[in-house]
Write a protein that binds this ligand. Structure first.
Ligand SMILES: Nc1ncnc2c1ncn2[C@@H]1O[C@H](COP(=O)(O)OP(=O)(O)OP(=O)(O)O)[C@@H](O)[C@H]1O
Ligand SMILES: [Mg+2]
Length: 261
């Protein structure tokens, strides 16, 4: 059963300015289609500039598309007001790349984790939900009283994940969530994502330059090149038998790895 789908998405930006005129439009997404089932963990890989972040922003309803459509359980998803998007924000949450920069420094962890519940008017006991979310990311309840500057990089990313799962979303979308962390912490945070996905059936879409991180987490990989999805395969197949030359280049650039079970 499809939860979230995109059909023929196109996005263009004005090219570099020419003398007294705007440059020609450059097409950043050239008809991208995909379909995500509940609970699936999907990696989005490709070289810099291939359109990964743009596609993720479209799926987060943060980017106006020029063509195509996104549907979530049959309902159209497009940029709009806070109230018009409330239903979608409860279901699909974002985990930032740089949690220290994204977490409001004056707020406590308790405030940070409960804020989306209040903003999105989720019917629950926020304090209880915050404790539950901290449990899911392996942080002690004593962290509730801390502020972002009292957290390590790995702890801050766990808080960012707790904040994202507080509404009990069906999907987490995330752009390079572990790229700022050192190798050991990176593996721990990937494990946190994997554990909570397995415990609660939360789907994940993760953008990464690093196909080894995607291999450790995801069932399926989408490979992007120049605004198109050029490969969409189960992770294990992709590792065993990459079809597209671009996928082979990405695999050659990565350390040895095995696919997520
Ligand atoms: N707001 C914008 N205005 C103009 N061009 C943009 C804008 N956002 C992205 N682009 C261009 O769109 C292309 C795709 O960008 P995007 O950020 O989606 O790539 P990416 O695959 O996420 O790259 P990276 O791996 O470096 O993060 C790039 O050529 C980029 O310069
Ligand atoms: Mg990007």
């Amino acid at each position: 059963m499809t939860f979230l789908s995109a059909r023929d998405l196109t996005v263009s930006y004005p090219g570099p300015r020419r003398f007294l005129s705007r440059g020609p439009l450059s097409q950043v997404l050239k008809g991208v289609s995909l379909s995500l089932a509940r609970g699936e963990r999907v990696g989005l890989v490709g070289v810099s500039g291939s359109g990964k972040s743009t596609l993720l922003r479209c799926l987060l309803a943060l980017e106006q598309v020029q063509g195509g459509q996104i549907l979530c359980e049959g309902r159209p998803v497009e940029p709009g007001s806070v109230s018009a998007l409330r239903w979608y924000r409860r279901l699909v949450q974002y985990v930032p790349q740089d949690p220290i920069a994204s977490l409001e420094p004056r707020m406590t962890v308790a405030q940070l984790v409960t804020e989306p519940l209040l903003r999105l008017r989720v019917d629950c006991t926020p304090a209880r939900r915050a404790e539950e979310a901290l449990d899911s990311v392996g942080l002690d309840h004593r962290f509730l009283m801390r502020r972002p500057d009292e957290l390590s990089g790995g702890q801050a990313q766990r808080v960012a994940i707790a904040r994202a799962i507080a509404t009990r979303p069906a999907f987490l979308l995330t752009d390079e969530p572990v790229s700022g962390l050192d190798m050991t912490v990176r593996a721990q945070v990937v494990q946190v994502l994997r554990d909570l996905s397995e415990a609660h059936g939360t789907g994940i879409v993760m953008v990464s330059h690093d196909i080894s991180v995607v291999a450790a987490l995801c069932h399926r990989a989408l490979v992007m090149e120049a605004g198109r999805i050029v490969e969409d395969r189960p992770m294990a197949d992709l590792l065993r038998d990459p079809q597209h030359p671009h996928t082979r280049d990405l695999l050659n650039a990565a350390p040895p790895m095995t696919a997520a079970a």
